[in-house]
Design a binder for this molecule. Structure first.
Ligand code: GH3
Ligand code: MG
Ligand code: MG
Ligand code: MG
Length: 313
């Protein structure tokens, strides 16, 4: 619940989100058994700057969704071998895809049929007949809303990094993707050393400055395909696709070196901080899923702490 005092903050935050989402037009995944029609929808959406991928092989839908990472699915209701509702049901069983909005585009007017499809995990209906500009507008507004909600749900307020549950979903998604390619995936867990002392000595607000500084450094140092999340209070997680254990350790060491030389000014004195980090990689074949990989990185972090902190294990 939002207290009245928070309202100005909320308004500026929403304005910020709107600005953000207007910069990115988003990605739509199109499912229709009629290939010509699917191509036409894609063209209509591409014209207003929306990226599209058309599903060609229904049995590969999950794989394609994981690769494309769309913001919305536009789906036909009736196809020869399965219904849109059945496909929606399959998609919803898959944790990293459970928040993905599915919009049916159909000439089905029967509200009961529509409701049943919604129970299977669809979120909305666009009914045909519809002309091109109506379709473009209908998808555009739903897509913008989807991106806004995603940002609200997934972004940590203090740091702008990805929140705990969302970074875990992304780790799972990247793990699945790795299983389908031959490329390694690495995870780094970082935890600021003796952070309680920073709070106790200089105050919570200064503690927040340190957390934000490390977050900024992480964002600056990772590649476009890497993801950085705030896993806990002063604990962070990096998800690094196509990166082996040695490369991940090297990256963590470079970030540690940059972080350790930062000076924080307070009324009392100037101080600096370090962190400890643990790396786990799918180069090590013992990991069968993302959860095990995260536990592996956590164990390595624990080792780094016990070996004296200010290091990467
Ligand atoms: P270690 O080297 O073993 O990691 O010691 P530590 O003191 O960093 O570890 P501990 O987990 O005991 O302390 C973490 C502290 O982080 C406790 C908590 O009050 C503080 N903290 C958590 N979230 C925030 C936050 O958002 N802002 C600030 N300023 N402090 C936070
Ligand atoms: Mg059809
Ligand atoms: Mg700590
Ligand atoms: Mg901690």
């Amino acid at each position: 619940f939002v207290s009245p005092l928070d309202v100005p903050n909320m308004i500026s935050r929403i304005a910020e989100l709107l600005e953000h989402s207007s910069g990115s037009k988003g990605r739509v995944y199109i499912v229709d058994d009629d290939a010509m029609l699917a191509e036409h929808y894609a063209l209509v959406l591409n014209r207003i700057g929306i990226e599209t991928v058309i599903n060609k092989h229904p049995q590969k839908i999950v794989e394609e969704l994981i690769n494309f990472q769309p913001d919305l699915i536009l789906m036909d209701m009736y196809m020869p071998h399965y219904t849109g509702a059945e496909l929606a049901g399959v998609i919803r069983q898959y944790p990293p895809l459970r928040r993905l909005p599915i919009v049916f585009l159909s000439s089905e007017q029967n509200k009961n049929v529509q409701n049943r499809a919604m129970e299977h995990g669809a979120d909305d209906f666009i009914t045909k007949p519809i002309n091109d500009s109506q379709l473009a507008q209908a998808v555009k507004v739903r897509l913008a809303r989807s991106i806004q909600i995603k940002t609200l749900v997934e972004k940590d307020n203090l740091t702008g990094l990805i929140k705990h549950s969302a970074i875990k979903d992304l780790a799972e998604l990247e793990f699945e993707r790795t299983q389908r390619s031959a490329k390694p995936l690495s995870i780094v867990m970082l935890d600021i050393d003796h952070f309680k002392k920073v709070n106790d000595t200089y105050g919570h607000a200064t503690g927040d400055v340190v957390i934000t500084a490390l977050a900024t450094l992480l964002k600056k140092r990772i590649r476009k395909t890497d993801r950085a999340g705030r896993y806990g209070g002063e604990e962070f997680m990096l998800v690094l696709p196509d990166c082996d254990a040695a490369q991940a350790r090297e990256l963590a060491r470079q970030i540690l070196a940059s972080f350790a030389v930062l000076h924080f000014n307070t009324a009392i004195e100037q101080f600096s901080c370090t962190f400890s980090a643990g790396v786990a990689s799918t180069c090590d074949k013992k990991y069968n899923n993302a959860e095990q990989l995260i536990i592996g990185a956590d164990d390595a972090l624990y080792k780094a702490k016990h070996a004296g902190r200010n290091q990467v294990c």
